[in-house]
Design a binder for this molecule. Structure first.
Ligand code: DGY
Length: 326
């Protein structure tokens, strides 16, 4: 019997490719080109499965061009690149990679918070530029992290990981806001207190965004919300670009309406709002929160397991629209 045909839409670990090739006839992209939507659709035509990352948009238009497609396995926990209702309507299974990246991403959220509050990259640029000629009492004085108030917007698995690091490691007072409140047990484990969005914005010394992107969460943080924050506060976004209005944030940072920001994700990435590149009080990283070798391998393995699980055994591990299976 011939093997099902799949597309691996971006470069992956050679071991992942070798494993997929045991089960499938694979068209790959080890040259790691970023295809246009038309090119992606053309390559997906005649394929039963796709191994995607957050950069491939699978929507009604792409699906209409690829009637043989049965499954798209995203190598990411976020799946705002998928139009899941359109996939469900066409009986195309969507999968993502939850859990395997939770702790690594929470580590990075904390790293970005620390770097932002303590002005790590700004001071390093100063040193590298040869500007450091003497020690002085207020040089790169930043914001206290231990014992301060940590606000978390979006209290899923990663948000809870950040809360635990803040509460247990840094003695922070943790407050959060989420669509639904955590159970008392989870709140106790995270030492976190549920507050309104207004109280979160007004009270947090450090506000970390970890909520999923959707039409509803678009520009959750814009000029009005930034104005509600303390002028001494820091903002960290490890969720998705588009949750923050980057133009409004750049203006707030320039005018010191908040103290600093740490951003791993950007609206329209890999493009970055030009005004963010001109303000010194922002730490910018290229969407690397889950990027450790072990975690990226675990994500690739889980995406491959989902393709094999579904197309070979009929049992995907982490389906997003399990109704397609019935
Ligand atoms: C995720 O898993 O959603 C990360 O942001 C990588 O895309």
């Amino acid at each position: 019997m011939s093997k099902p045909r799949i597309l691996v839409a971006r470069a992956v670990f050679p071991e992942t490719l070798a494993r997929l090739e045991q089960h499938f006839e694979v068209e790959h992209n080890q040259a790691d080109q970023v295809w246009s939507k038309q090119d992606l659709a053309a390559r997906l035509r005649g394929k039963a499965g796709a191994f995607t990352t957050g950069t491939e948009r699978i929507d009604a238009e792409v699906l209409a061009a690829c009637p043989e497609l049965k499954v798209c396995a995203n190598m990411a926990v976020g799946y705002n690149n998928f139009d899941v209702p359109a996939m469900t309507a066409r009986k195309v299974l969507a999968t993502n990679t939850p859990d395997v990246l939770t702790e690594t991403t929470a580590d990075f959220g904390f790293a970005l918070l620390m770097a932002t509050a303590r002005r790590v990259t700004e001071s390093e640029h100063y040193l590298r530029a040869g500007k450091w000629t003497k020690w002085s009492y207020d040089m790169f004085a930043g914001a206290e992290v231990h014992g301060s108030t940590l606000g978390i917007l979006g209290m899923g698995r990663i948000g809870q990981g950040i809360a635990k690091r803040g509460a247990h490691g840094f003695g922070m007072d943790v407050i959060y806001h989420n669509r639904s409140r955590l159970s008392p047990d989870l709140e106790a484990a995270c030492k976190a207190r549920y507050v309104s969005k207004e109280e979160l914005l007004e009270t947090a010394d450090h506000l970390v965004l970890v909520l999923p992107y959707s039409a509803e969460s678009h520009h959750t943080i814009g000029a009005a919300e930034l104005a509600q924050m303390k002028p001494t506060a820091t903002l960290v976004n490890i969720a998705r670009g588009g949750i923050v209005d980057d133009g409004a944030l750049a203006a707030a940072l320039r005018d010191r309406r908040i103290a600093a920001a740490g951003l791993d994700v950007f609206e329209g990435e890999p493009k970055v709002h030009p005004d963010l590149l001109t303000v010194p009080n922002v730490v910018l990283t290229p969407h690397i929160a889950s990027a450790t070798v072990q975690t990226r391998r675990a994500m690739a393995d889980l995406a491959a397991d989902n393709l094999i699980g579904f197309l070979v055994n009929g049992r995907p591990l982490t389906p997003l629209n399990p109704e397609v299976l019935s």
